[in-house]
Ligand binder design. Structure first.
Ligand SMILES: C[S@@+](CC[C@H](N)C(=O)[O-])C[C@H]1O[C@@H](n2cnc3c(N)ncnc32)[C@H](O)[C@@H]1O
Length: 230
């Protein structure tokens, strides 16, 4: 099986806005990211969503008062995002066609573990952010535990992860990421996160619309990063 194949996002295009579909967890992550983004400081404030996919941050960015600009390579994802009100641009997260310092907030969710050059994406985050701007990321750590859970386990369970979507060779070295962030003028802290087990049970029984993400003692599997441009 070819892992991290971009064509998978064409096959899964009808899943973006299915809250109980293959991308269910991305809905939970979108809500979780929102807790770490301040309300828009002014009416023209911009949130740049790198690898926006189908634009699942759209309702959250709108509720916070941001203009939501999305960037993704996948044409069908860009169309889905545009259908949900995102100003969506088809481009690589490694060469974003937006001006330096244009963003009050940059979100880079579930992308660092899908590219060869995760630090290059972080550099784009730093370039796009205004001084004092907010950065929110999430990604999968380069550990054996992450490989066991995110690939071997989650690809086998319903609502886990679509088979082949992740290539563990691309999982993120957290120490290298933090060192790079510092060099790029970003104050960044990493926090392990996981879905609430209680919420998953309730969600599966139709008793909750979604699942909250909870902090966990280790960032060795799924982690979020909350930062600020100095
Ligand atoms: C796992 S999805 C995450 C989508 C979205 N961030 C979310 O959390 O809902 C990964 C996305 O990254 C996009 N992608 C992968 N490599 C990319 C690149 N080099 N530049 C732009 N987008 C890319 C894919 O098309 C896909 O939409």
């Amino acid at each position: 099986m070819l892992r991290n194949d971009p064509a998978q996002y064409d096959e899964l295009a009808d899943q973006w806005w299915e809250p109980a579909g293959d991308f269910a967890m991305l809905h939970w992550l979108a809500a979780s990211r929102t807790e770490h983004i301040p309300p828009a400081p002014h009416p023209d404030a911009v949130l740049v969503d790198l690898a926006c996919g189908g634009g699942l941050m759209a309702p959250h960015a709108a509720a916070l008062g941001y203009r939501h600009v999305g960037v993704d390579l996948n044409l069908l994802a860009v169309r889905a995002a545009a259908d949900h009100g995102v100003l969506a641009v088809r481009a690589s997260v490694l060469a974003v066609p937006l001006a330096d310092g244009c963003a009050d907030v940059v979100v880079a969710g579930e992308i660092l573990e899908h590219v060869e050059d995760d630090v290059g994406v972080l550099a784009e985050c730093a370039r796009l952010l205004k001084p004092g701007g907010t950065l929110v990321i999430d990604a999968i750590a380069a550990t054996l535990l992450a490989r066991l859970i995110a690939v071997e386990l989650f690809e086998r369970i319903p609502h886990g992860a679509p088979p082949g979507i992740h290539d563990p060779a691309l999982f993120v070295d957290r120490r290298r990421l933090l060192a790079a962030a510092d060099g790029l003028g970003l104050d960044l802290r990493l926090v392990g996160i996981r879905p609430s087990v209680r919420d998953v049970v309730a969600w599966r029984r139709g008793r909750r619309p979604g699942v909250r993400m909870k902090p966990v003692f280790t960032s060795a599997v799924l982690f979020a990063g909350y930062g600020r441009k100095r």
